[in-house]
Design a protein around this ligand. Structure first.
Ligand code: 13P
Length: 251
């Protein structure tokens, strides 16, 4: 399986002009198909992403979406709209949506179902807070979120899934902490074990598990050393196009 590297630009940059510049840089820097590269800009830049990336090496993802396809849902963006814009991947249940916007596992589950039935690939984010880790609740929290977020997913749909293990305490080095590659590996293996338990051994082989949280050119390969980590979800370091493309080339 190809390694999957997803750039999550979060709420950046603030102008279309800057976004265009970043996209053009990314297109120029990512030419090889050895690694699958996905960029997730804010919704407002997705149309531009479609123009810049076309059918090239970089695929397009979005950072969220709604669970209904159309109708009276002010402010929401639907999976079908995203599909029509050339989006292939959708990040769902990101910890920033959970902590800042109050998204629940139930909401994430509805989104995962809608995204899969539209033919897009959900990237479901799962991780524990520092407090939960200190209370030795990591495995319990990860299992709860995984089971609740995938509640509506049938066995035959599960191959299309990507799960990202993103410990909240290691995101943007929020608390000055990073997750050791061995700890990330333990959690990736645990997530795969849960997938096998819920959906069977075949599903485990298909589902890709990524690591995310303060990944940059200095540590990317350390996380990818073990086969069980299928890729990376990169936040801050993906905004620096030079660093990000160099990181991908070095994998
Ligand atoms: P950082 O790489 O900035 O820690 O962000 C990780 C993340 O949240 C990606 O979705």
């Amino acid at each position: 399986m190809k390694k999957l590297i997803i750039a999550n630009w979060k709420c950046n940059p603030t102008t279309l002009k800057e976004a265009q510049k970043m996209m053009v840089g990314l297109r120029a820097g990512i030419k090889n198909n050895k690694i699958e590269v996905v960029v997730c800009p804010p919704f407002v830049y997705l149309a531009e992403a479609k123009k810049v990336f076309g059918v090239g090496a970089v695929k397009i993802g979005s950072q969220d979406c709604f669970w209904e396809n159309q109708g009276a849902f002010t402010g929401e963006v639907s999976p079908t709209m995203l599909k029509n814009l050339g989006v292939k991947y959708v990040i769902l249940g990101h910890s920033e949506r959970v902590m800042v916007m109050g998204e629940t596992n139930e909401m994430t589950a509805k989104k995962v179902k809608a995204v899969l039935s539209t033919g897009l690939t959900p990237v479901v984010c799962i991780g524990e807070t520092l407090e939960e880790r200190n209370q030795s609740k990591t495995f319990q929290i990860v299992e709860k979120k995984l089971r609740e977020s995938l509640k509506a997913i049938k066995k035959q749909q599960v191959g299309e899934l990507v799960i990202a293990y993103e410990p909240l305490w290691a995101i943007s080095t929020n608390q000055g902490l990073t997750c050791a590659p061995d700890d990330a590996l333990t959690m990736a293996l645990y997530i795969k074990k849960l997938i096998a338990e819920i959906y069977g051994r075949k599903a485990k082989e298909k589902v890709r598990v990524l690591y995310g949280g303060s990944v940059g050119s200095d540590n990317a390969n350390k996380y990818l050393e073990n086969e069980a980590i299928d890729g990376l979800l990169v936040g801050g370091a993906s905004l620096n196009i030079k660093e990000f493309t160099a990181m991908v080339k070095n994998i």
